[in-house]
Design a protein around this ligand. Sequence first.
Ligand code: C2E
Ligand code: MG
Ligand code: MG
Ligand code: MG
Length: 288
Amino acid sequence: RAKEQGKNVFQFYAREMNASVEEKLVLLEGLRNALDCGQFSLLYQPKVDLRSGRIFGVEALIRWQHPEHGMVSPARFIALAEESGLIIPIGDWVLQTACLQARAWSDAGLPQVTMSVNVSPRQFEEKRLVERVAQALSDSGLPAHALEIEVTEGIIMRDLAQSVGKMSELKAMGVTLSIDDFGTGYSSLSALKSFPISTLKIDKSFVSDLADSADDQAIALAVISLGHRLNLRVLAEGVETEQQRRFLLENDCDEMQGYLFSRPVPAAEMQTMLLAQAQAQATLEVAA
Ligand code: C2E
Ligand code: MG
Ligand code: MG
Ligand code: MG
C-alpha cells in the first residue's frame, strides 16, 4: 500500500515537473521571438509624493502579450530571460522605450517626471550596462537626471566593490538610483552606507499588513528612520488602502506607489493623468 502510494506520489511529481519543464521550454521558445514580433509593451505606474499627493515619477513595468498564453507576468518570464541571457536585448528595449516615452511626454509640454527602469542581476553585471544607459539617453534626448535605475540589494551584494563602482559611474552621469524591494534581500548596513543611491523602496510585503501587524509597522518605521539618517528618500510600494497611506504619511515616509493611487497603466492613460495634474496646478497658479 505504502509503496503503491509512494509510486503515485512520484508519478504526480514527475507529471508536475514535466509540465513545468515543458511550460518553460514553450515560454523560452516564445521569448526568443517576442522582441521581433513586438509582443512586449510597457505599463507605467505613478510614484507619488505622500505629503503633496503629486506624481513626481513613473516606473516602467514590462508586459508580454503571448499569442497563446495571453498576458504573461514578468514574475514568470524575467527569471527565464535572465537564465537564457535574453534579458540583455529585452532590457535594452525597456531602457530605450522608457527613455523615448519620457522624452515624448516632455516634448508634449508636460512637466518632466522621473522615469524609473528596473534592472535585473545579469543586466546590471553586464560590462556594457553604463554604455547602454548612456546610449538610451542620447538616442532619446532625455536628460540623465530624468532617469532612475532600480536595483535590488541582491544584485549589489554579489560583488560589492564592482557594483558600487558601476553605480558611481551612473551617478556621475546624472542618473539616480534606488534600491527596490528593500528589506527582502541581504545587505549589510555598512554596505548600504557606501551605495550612491537616492531612494529606498520598502518592499510591498511589509506594506500589505501595515494596518494590523505591529511587526510590519516596526519594520516600516525602522526603514524610514534608517533611510532618513542616511539622507535618502523612502518610498513605500504596494500601498492599497487609505489606512496604509495615513500610517506612512504620519510616520514621515516620503513617497508611495500602489493601487490606492493607480495601477500600472498604458502610456496614453499615464499621459492623461500627467496632463490632468499639470492643468490642476496651472489653475491653482492662476487663482493665486
Ligand atoms: P517591482 O519592480 O518591485 O515592481 C512592483 C510590482 O508590484 C509590479 O508587479 C507592480 O505591478 C506591483 N504593484 C504595484 N502596486 C501594487 C499594489 O498596490 N499591490 C500589489 N499587490 N502589487 C502592486 P509586476 O509589474 O508584475 O512586476 C513584477 C516584478 O518584475 C517587478 O517588481 C520587477 O522586479 C520585475 N520587472 C518588471 N518589469 C521589469 C523590466 O522591465 N525589467 C526587469 N529587469 N524587471 C522587471
Ligand atoms: Mg521596481
Ligand atoms: Mg519592488
Ligand atoms: Mg518586487
